[in-house]
Design a protein around this ligand. Sequence first.
Ligand code: NAD
Ligand code: IPM
Ligand code: MN
Length: 364
Amino acid sequence: MVEVWSKTLGMNIAVMPGDFVGKEVVAEGMKLLSGVSKRFGFSYQTQHYPHGAEHYLQTNETLPDGVLRELGKADAILFGAVGADPRGNALIPQGLIETDILLKMRFEFDQYINLRPTRLLPGVPSPIRAGAFDMVIVRENTEGLYCQQGGFLYKGTPHEVANQIEVCTRHGVERAVRYAFEYAVQFGRKKVTLVAKTNVLRFAHNLWMRVFEEVKGEYPQIVTEYHHVDACTMYMVNRPASYDVIVTTNMFGDIITDLGAAIQGGMGMAASGNLNPTRKYASMFEPVHGSAPDIAGQGKANPIATFLSVAMMLDFLGQREAGAAIQHAVGEVVKEPKNHTPDLGGSASTAAVTEAMMKQLGVH
Ligand code: NAD
Ligand code: IPM
Ligand code: MN
């Protein structure tokens, strides 16, 4: 059995804010971490890493191997977001930063689960009218269309061929599916839904379906269902409360968690953990959103997604009380429209939301 959650680990935290809004929200997350550590009486060490698009432009390096090895030995990585401003950075090859930094860590540290809780908190405006929901999306994180397998043939000619292969291994699929069931059991959830596209992707997703059928037999207490991904996007909008735990492929997980973010109030609300459940290498915690160059430098970024990622990190590291306290405080803070940043329709600044959180937690 995989233990899906915390053991008490050390508290060496690697901090990589990244670019634009990534820097802004991680700075707020660090303030919060400092505050809660005093209240809950734990100490931690941090090591700062400047990597990202801006660092690449200055140094021509993405993430050198030595740095990667060092990061892998941390107890956890707190990550902001990386990415250039698409409006002005022709100097950076498309996708280089995201692939060589973020995906590199996910793959090299075998963070095979991307756990993305998706719930609507009371007081947060949602574009949908379907009411409260609370689901957890388990995204397979080290395979699928993200493997960079493929290539070009006759590039640049009228006969050009481009392939991008979806890699699904029995080992990779099974550990993701099993994690979803173990998560359901260990967190008292009732249902696991497989989201895939078995009607078209008749090889790769047939493997997913067969593995799902096999593994579910070991968990008779858990209700199961299967949805094609297109239907899932519809149900996420018109009856999101019917989902409990969803397990899905890397690419579909990417897409449906942005939809999940939108229905839970926006990108500023969605947290994630890239987990290596064996704990051989560091796990990484990050808001789901990107570097948001469109709102950077204006004090507008919503730091809640990062706070919830810090809570998840503390929980994963065994500081459960501190993690729970942050989650509770987020629930209280977002009830008040005066604490809403512009993405939630309010006018609070990033720093004001942190202040409200610190006040709610009774820390400074
Ligand atoms: P994005 O998530 O950066 O932004 C999408 C929208 O959400 C924008 O309107 C933005 O203003 C808003 N938004 C994002 N974070 C917010 C926050 N904290 N508060 C309020 N509003 C917020 O996605 P994008 O625009 O597609 O990508 C921008 C760059 O980030 C690209 O280079 C992309 O590759 C990269 N990216 C990185 C990550 C990551 O590092 N984890 C994730 C997604 C995208
Ligand atoms: C996410 C992001 C990444 C992904 C990108 C930046 C590589 O969109 O974390 O959801 O596609 O996984
Ligand atoms: Mn994404």
